[in-house]
Each structure stands twice: as C-alpha cells, then as structure tokens.
Write a protein that binds this ligand. Structure first.
Ligand SMILES: [Zn+2]
Ligand SMILES: [Zn+2]
Ligand SMILES: [Zn+2]
Length: 443
C-alpha cells in the first residue's frame, strides 16, 4: 500500500556541484516507485480555466457553483466551496476590488502564498521560501521589466485599503527576502509548477517548496503527475542511493538548441546534461529532406494560431494538405511532421471525425515510442487517446493492445491508484467483455 500522506519518503537535500541545491535519493528506488508526494504551500486555478475547473479540488466540470462575491472562483458544490473558504477569503476581497480586471496567474499565486504564510502550515519542508532562487541578478533587463509590472500589480492587488494593519501583518509574515513584491514574484515565476489534469491539460499553478529543489535534466529520472493539486513524483528509471533526482522543466521532445534556449530564457541556466552534451538525438529528430521539413516548420506558427482560435476545420485542412504534400516524404519520427500530425489529431477529434483521427493518432505512435525511451505521462496519455478511438470504432483487439501498452507506462508514471489508471483498467475490461460478447454471438 502506498503511503499517501507521507511527504518525502526517500529523499534528502544536498548541494550538487555546479548546480547549487538539489534533491537526492537516500535509498534504492525502483522504476515506477512513488518518490515523494506533496501538497502545495499555495496554488490557484489558471485564469484561462477559471470557468471550467473547481477552485478547490481542481476537477473539471460542466457546471460549477460561482462564488457570489468575486464571481470568479467556482466550485463543484457547497462542500468544495466551504473547504476552500479559508484559502479564498482574503483573495475574494482582493478580486472584488479589482473587478472586472483579473490579475495574472503568478500574481494570484504570489498573493495566495502571502496569505498562506499568515498561518504557516506545520510541515517538514526541506526548502524555505526564503531560500528559493529569484534569479533577479542573472535576468535580462526586459524580463526584469516584465516582472516589475507584475510586482506593481501584486502590490495593488493585495493592498487592503480599508484595513492597512492587515497589509502590514501580511508583509511582516513574509521572510525578509520576499517582502519586496519584485523578489517574491520572481521567486514564484522561477519556482512554481504547472498543475495538470489527467489529460495533461494545464489547470493551475502551485508552489511546492521542497520539490523546488529538483533540478532539471533533459532525460530525467523522475516525472511529476498530479491528483487534484497533490503532486506525485515517481521514478521512471532505477535510482541508486545518493543519485540526484531530476525532472524536466520543459517539453523534452525538442532539439537540443531549442531546449537550451528555453531553459536559459525561462530558468536562467545552461543545461549540461548528458543528452545536451551528446546531441545524439538531433539527427533523427530532423531526419528526412531538409527542404521538406522546413515547409512544415515554417507553417507551425500559423497552425498554432488556428488551434488557439479553435478553428478546427481550417486547422484540419491545413494539416492534411501539408502532410499529404511535403509531409508524405518525411519519416514518421521527423519532429515537425510529428507536431503537424498531432495537431491534425486534435482537430479531427474536435470535429468528431473519428476514422481520420485514428489514422493520425496511429501515425504518431512510432515517434512517441522512439522519443520517450523511459515511461512518460505524455506517451501514456497519447496511447490512451488512440486506444479510445479504436474502442469507439470497435477495433476491439487493437484497442485492447493499445490500452495494454498504455497501462504498462501509466502504472509507472501515475501509479496503480491514480484515477486515470483505474479508468484505463476499466477500458481494458470493457474491451474484453465486448470481445467475449462478439465471440458468443458468433457461435
Ligand atoms: Zn470569491
Ligand atoms: Zn471541487
Ligand atoms: Zn539538457
């Protein structure tokens, strides 16, 4: 039985040469094992999901109750609303004063951290907010300016005009290096984690102090999965005692140069991981004729635009034209071909064109297998998507095989008790029953 409440089971803080603070294993950890499980110091639902996700349990629902005062927070039911109130009370007042403006996610999260520190929870965190890096010294002027604007917004947002004592109380509860809104907002943006749901869609942001110690690797030995706002860190490789634990801060499926650029801009360090040093994979990520994949590469921004606008018919048409022209001459594992095929899959699913969706979905799988050598949530979820399409189209044997492949991955990345793993187990059972029914129908 896995320990659910235990915060950090098998890890300790250490100083990692060249990287500063880090987290390492104290015991041998096997692939698939739960390494740590943590509740956030504070979290909030993403602004763009505010109307679809419960602000207490982070569940996505068709209908949610709305907080009658700020008209922003939404809840599954009165139970969720009641439990959320102690964390929402001060925020609600701030939101009301700012209506109809809604502060950005990082500003709302920073405010929630300030309020949480008024009554700090009793935990055994390995890393305090005071120690979190702000990277203000290594930041570009342009980025600093952006953060300064957020800091002014934060100051305005938490200012309690009717009660200046409270503002003082809130400020004095903060550790000294966080009293300046700029340094607090910088610490929040560099250290917070995106909270995602079962389909890996972003639903919120949260700060998990001990796990901020995790350093990045482009081929990490751990992955993070969420259950509501609870973060679960699981091993995807066998780990020896004293080995450093790593996660990837970014999407790992991209070229070395792209990853390095993103890590430097967003997280202010140069990655020296093994994958970056060898650059071995860049060759097959860009396999095929350059003239062909360049055509897909230049089209990506406009395709992304159509996706953001949810213009599914135009997106599907553009993708399918590209894939049948330049794309047809590229191997499955070419990165740009894969990205366009994935968007075609999204569009076809949105339009209910299941046969087409399945064709695109199946085309992505060889590349996913190749690019995710370790169990990875993205790979598991993609297999589950394809399996659901096969199931829906009554390709029962194929569906069962795909679900089985997904299950092997998700038992490791999500664990046996995660709702998505249970969901998958049920899907496999449905396939088996339907296959039995077909069999007996034939006799
Ligand atoms: Zn409210
Ligand atoms: Zn709820
Ligand atoms: Zn790297």
């Amino acid at each position: 039985m896995e320990q659910k409440s235990g915060m950090l089971l098998t890890v300790e803080r250490f100083v990692c040469p060249g990287k500063g603070n880090g987290l390492r294993a104290t015991v041998r950890i096997r692939r698939g094992q739960l390494v740590a499980s943590a509740e956030p110091l504070a979290s909030c639902v993403s602004g763009k999901r505010a109307a679809e996700v419960c602000h207490h349990c982070f569940t996505r629902r068709e209908t949610l109750l709305r907080c009658s005062q700020c008209k922003m927070a939404r809840y599954c039911n009165a139970g969720c609303q009641k439990q959320a109130w102690s964390g929402h009370k001060r925020e609600c007042r701030c939101l009301r004063r700012l209506l109809p403006r809604l502060p950005t996610d990082s500003v709302r999260l920073a405010a929630r951290i300030m309020f949480a520190l008024l009554n700090p929870p009793k935990t055994n965190e390995l890393y305090t907010l005071e120690e979190h890096e702000s990277h203000l010294n290594s930041m570009s002027e342009q980025k600093k300016q952006g953060l300064s604007q957020l800091a002014s917004m934060l100051a305005l947002y938490v200012q309690q005009e009717e009660d200046s004592n409270l503002t003082q109380e809130v400020t004095s509860a903060l550790p000294p290096s966080c009293r300046d809104p700029l340094s607090l907002i910088a610490k929040v943006t560099c250290n917070c984690f995106t909270i995602s749901d079962g389909e890996l869609q972003e639903v919120g942001v949260g700060l998990y102090p001990s796990l901020s110690l995790l350093n990045h690797d482009c081929r990490p030995n751990c992955v993070m999965v969420f259950e509501g706002e609870r973060l679960q860190l699981r091993a995807v490789q066998d780990i020896r005692p004293k080995d450093e634990l790593t996660i990837s801060y970014i999407e790992t499926l991209s070229l070395t140069e792209e990853r390095q650029k993103q890590l430097e801009e967003q997280y202010h360090f140069v990655c020296h991981c093994q994958r970056c040093n060898s650059k071995k994979e860049d060759g097959f990520i860009l396999s095929g004729e350059e003239e062909k994949w360049q055509q897909l590469k230049v089209a990506l921004p406009s395709l992304e635009g159509l996706k953001t606008e949810s213009n599914w018919p135009a997106l599907l048409e553009s993708c399918s034209n590209l894939l049948s022209a330049a794309g047809a001459e590229l191997p499955d594992e070419n990165l740009y071909r894969l990205r366009v095929t994935d968007m075609a899959l999204d569009a076809a699913v949105q339009l209910g064109q299941w046969e087409e969706a399945l064709t695109y979905g199946k085309q992505t799988l060889p590349a996913y297998r190749l690019f995710y050598p370790d169990p990875h949530p993205v790979h598991g979820v993609q297999l589950m998507r394809v399996g659901k399409l096969q199931h829906h189209l009554e390709h029962l044997e194929d569906a069962l095989d795909t679900f089985k492949e997904a299950f092997i991955i998700m038992r490791m990345t999500h664990g046996d008790d995660h709702p998505l793993t249970s969901d998958l187990r049920m899907k496999m059972e449905e396939c088996r029953l339907e296959m039995d029914a077909q069999q007996s129908g034939r006799h």
